[in-house]
Design a protein around this ligand. Structure first.
Ligand code: 3UK
Length: 547
């Protein structure tokens, strides 16, 4: 590794040992970054140097910020961190807030000062915040004022966290400190492989894992998926729902637009309805959100003027064919599906335009390689289901975590997904490897059954899991949220079971169907299958709707 600019070497010292790293690939010439590079300098100072100073960077309900203004804000925040809060390069800074211009400016300010950004989802409670603070040994925090009480509760049990400033605080705080600062700052000249951020995985169960990413990684994701697949342009206006604390949102709603001189709409806590209004009000052209959002938005799309939209990216969960179709019918736009992971920082398999094959996620994007491994770790032949393995310029490096050995094997990153690769190199999702349903000796992929159920008009949302069963090992249970105007009675159960039997092999049909008002989801919008399994096992939801 190159000579670090970090005075506090905690993050580098807690990287996994080199033999546990994934193999990194930098074949594309434009991924060869200089040895010293600070991603914030490159994205903000670089933008102004390229003549984009007066272009709009951020659009928000509270107003707009040009690139020059965003740069000035970030510089003032860097000064506050260094001059008033005693930050030294390498310190970890907790960043707790919703998607706002201040949140974005703080993120850049931290990187400029040589700090390591540890952004967290605004919905985290004290207990979860404390886990992150302890694990990353966080010393400083910038916090959206309304979330301050929760952070204070966490801080009480976290001796490392000594410096906290609130923003959006009418009583003063960060903005008051910034007011006295000049708009210029000399960014810390970090090494390309100095740590820039630690992103904690959303994880549907278990202890959170911190994934370590370097300054060069942040630029690499901008120069991979957006360049080869998204192909956005400087006049594009980005919008979407993922929090900036989720690397899906960090890339899609901040780094990707700024890399090309485009602008981004930052709005706090969007509902499907809110996102439709955002597209309409800002004439947004590029959208990043999860499949369930597209599904819910499709049913309301006709009430909104969405003709500004050009490119729509779906990630975070598998995209059902029925959802792709519903969005295409409503807007004429073919969704760009892409699988990404916090460990990989962003999307590595995807397809757009004429390359799309509905039902498949896509092919490995330029810069990345992907394959399917069998249980012995050998590359499986085409058309066999196995473990998805990827490598590229980014990859998994957990902060001080034994689970590194599970995610990285023989230089490959194993995402935990079951996939099949066809002869043309397209990857077809079959579920999480630990979520495969095995019933009476049959392997059943929950997402396949979900796909079929979603094709029925009465089904708004659904989740399909395996529930332990003495006779069959597991049985298929479906949890269904009905569309308005439908009733969850025995007739509906029979109708949906029949529907599945008619569309796929009958052994896959859900032997139990339970109707719920909503499905349990994580902060990043992922279905919590373990909670559905619990529901199925406890039998509480059994009675009236059981088949
Ligand atoms: C699942 C998908 C099928 C898959 C993410 C884009 O989701 C992101 O990161 P996470 O760490 O979760 C990773 C896991 O989510 N998944 C994501 N996208 C798809 N499954 N089709 C998809 N298109 O199980 C994967 O292993 O929360 C997504 C960009 C950045 C991200 N961090």
């Amino acid at each position: 590794m190159s000579c670090s600019a970090h005075v506090d070497s905690f993050a580098r010292d807690h990287l996994p040992p080199p033999e546990q790293w994934p193999e990194l690939i930098f074949e594309l010439p434009y991924l060869h970054y200089p040895e010293r590079i600070n991603a914030a300098t490159e994205l903000l100072d670089g933008a102004v140097a390229r003549g984009w100073g007066e272009r709009t960077a951020i659009r928000a309900p509270a107003g707009t910020l040009s690139y020059r203004e965003l740069l000035a804000q970030a510089n003032r925040i860097a000064r506050v961190l260094v001059e008033d809060m005693g930050l030294v390069p390498g310190n970890r800074v907790l960043l707790d807030g919703c998607n706002t211009a201040m949140m974005a400016a703080c993120w850049f300010g931290i990187l400029k000062a040589g700090g390591i950004a540890v952004a967290v989802m605004p919905m985290l409670r004290a207990r979860e915040l404390a886990q992150v603070i302890d694990k990353a040994r966080i010393s400083h925090a910038l916090c959206d004022a309304p979330l301050g009480a929760e952070l204070a509760a966490a801080q009480a049990g976290c001796p490392t966290l000594t410096r906290v400033l609130h923003f959006h605080d009418p009583a003063g705080g960060l903005e008051a400190h910034m007011a006295g600062k000049p708009a210029a700052f000399a960014d810390v000249s970090t090494a390309a492989d100095d740590v820039a951020l630690i992103a904690f995985t959303s994880g549907t169960t278990g202890k959170p894992k911190g994934t370590i990413h370097f300054h060069r990684d942040l630029l690499a994701i901008c120069d991979c998926f957006p360049r080869s697949t998204l192909r956005a342009e400087p006049d594009d206006i980005f919008c979407g729902t993922p929090p900036l604390a989720f690397t899906f949102g960090l890339g899609g709603l901040l780094l990707f637009p700024l890399r090309i001189g485009a602008s981004t709409v930052l709005v706090e806590r969007l509902t499907p309805e809110g996102l439709l209004h955002t597209v309409e009000d800002y004439r947004a052209t590029v959208c990043f959100t999860a499949p369930t959002f597209y599904r819910m938005m499709a049913s309301q799309a006709r009430r909104h003027r969405l003709d500004s939209l050009r490119r729509c990216v779906s990630a975070g969960e598998a995209l059902p064919v029925a959802t792709r179709q519903a969005w295409q019918d409503a807007t004429g736009i073919a969704l760009i599906d892409g699988i990404g992971a916090t460990e990989m920082l962003h999307i590595f398999i995807s397809a757009a335009d004429a390359d799309i094959r509905p039902g498949a996620t896509g092919r490995a994007i330029p810069g990345y390689r992907a394959t399917i491994l069998d249980n012995e770790g050998r590359q499986a032949p085409a058309d066999t289901v196995g473990r998805l393995a990827v490598k590229g310029p980014t990859g998994c490096r957990y902060l001080d975590d034994e689970r590194q050995r599970e995610y990285v094997v023989d230089g490959w990153n194993l995402t935990g997904d079951a996939y099949r690769r066809d002869a043309d190199g397209y990857f077809w999702y079959h579920g999480r490897t630990d979520d495969m349903i095995i019933s009476a000796g049959y392997n059943i992929a929950g997402p396949e059954v979900e796909d079929v159920l979603l094709g029925h008009d009465a089904v708004a949302e659904c989740g399909v899991v395996g529930v332990p069963d003495e006779e069959r090992g597991q049985v298929v249970h479906a949890f269904v949220v009905l569309a308005p105007g439908h009733t969850g009675d025995a007739a509906m159960v029979a109708e949906l079971q029949d529907w599945v039997r008619r569309h796929i092999a009958p052994y896959k049909y859900p032997r139990a169907i339970v109707f719920l008002p909503g499905l349990p989801r994580t902060g990043t919008g992922k279905l919590q299958r373990f909670r559905l399994r619990e529901l199925g096992t406890s039998g509480t939801a059994d009675a009236p709707s059981h088949a």
